[in-house]
Design a binder for this molecule. Structure first.
Ligand SMILES: [Fe+2]
Ligand SMILES: [Fe+2]
Length: 328
């Protein structure tokens, strides 16, 4: 038996006592592939892990709108603009479902937003890189949404019901995002030499940060083993990264552009591609807030939040008026 304090936002500080019987019964449900629902008993550490993971995921969707939003006014045609607008709106929707899923675990949306704006909460390192050309929009859809799909398809079977169900629709939309990105790349690669060079340059800059999206190597990943036992995670970081490499290298070959990795080689025996060493120092630096765009992303998010103040105030005033009318 052990005791833990509950200190996540929205909940009062209280002591929770978890017995060995409770923990064993919980694990039995997990092992039987039962979904855990919001009001079910769960270990405090399970709840906290999910709050951390789902809120980070939500923040990533919201911050992830910025690099692509950067190209909305400069998309090369009306059709591309309409597609990109729909995609960026989908990402906002993903953020909203995910904040709602996290709220079922007893953390308030206000708290999660405050943690993002203060810089306390993390979001995916990939969104701290700049989008320098239109080809970057193709590369993001192809690689970043592609990596997101690899990560998120198994989350449709996550043991926590509200998260798993949110992921079903998110994954359908991510699949559209990946295709729109690949379609941009395909058009550029079939275009002029300059367009193809733009596509190659985008792949050069987005390849390694995309591989970092899967997180540290399994040997360095602190939360992995417990998350696997709880069936929050179904595959390890390295397994998912390998799947991504195997699929994407062949897509790059189809496009006729080359993956910027001299060590990339098909291992005939296993059927998998071996790839070079990831620059983990870069990953650590970006996560620590020192990537090329961290400051810019947070500043912009804070400004957007402040600019939305009047909307929240107006909605609150309207809700108060409605409540007063019902009470009268
Ligand atoms: Fe998304
Ligand atoms: Fe997406």
């Amino acid at each position: 038996m052990y005791t833990q304090g509950l200190d996540q936002g929205g909940r009062d500080q209280q002591a929770a006592v978890e017995t060995a019987e409770q923990l064993a019964a919980f694990q039995k449900r997990i092992d039987a592939e039962e979904k855990i629902e919001a009001k079910d008993w769960m270990p405090e550490a399970y709840r906290r892990t999910l709050v951390r993971q789902i809120s980070q995921h939500a923040h990533s969707e919201i911050i992830g709108m910025q690099p692509e939003g950067n190209w909305l006014t400069r998309a090369p045609s009306l059709k591309r603009k309409a597609i990109l607008l729909a995609k960026v709106q989908d990402e906002a929707g993903h953020g909203l479902y995910l904040y709602s899923a996290a709220e079922t675990l007893g953390v308030s949306r206000d708290q999660m937003v405050a943690d993002l704006l203060s810089g306390k909460a993390k979001y995916s390192s990939i969104f701290n890189y700049p989008t320098l050309s239109w080809a970057d929009i193709g590369a993001i859809g192809w690689l970043v949404d592609g990596a997101a799909i690899m990560n998120q398809i198994p989350l449709c079977r996550c043991s926590y019901g509200p998260y798993a169900r949110a992921m079903v629709r998110v994954c359908k939309e991510e699949s559209f995002h990946q295709r729109q990105g690949f379609d941009i790349m395909l058009n550029l690669c079939r275009g002029t030499d300059r367009q193809k060079a733009m596509a190659q340059d985008a792949l050069n800059r987005w390849w390694w940060p995309s591989l970092m999206m899967f997180g540290p190597n399994d040997s360095e990943s602190t939360h992995s083993a417990q998350s696997m036992a709880w069936k929050i995670k179904r595959f390890s970081n390295d397994e998912l990264r390998q799947k991504f490499v195997d699929v994407t290298v062949q897509q790059a070959a189809f496009l006729g552009i080359s993956v910027p990795d001299d060590d990339l080689k098909l291992d005939e025996a296993s059927g998998h591609y071996n790839y070079g060493e990831i620059d983990w120092q870069e990953f650590i630096d970006v996560i620590a807030g020192n990537g090329p765009c961290n400051q810019q992303r947070l500043d912009k998010r804070r400004r957007a939040h402040d600019d939305g103040d009047w909307v929240r105030e107006a909605a609150q005033a309207y809700a108060n008026k409605q409540a007063a009318r019902v009470a009268a």
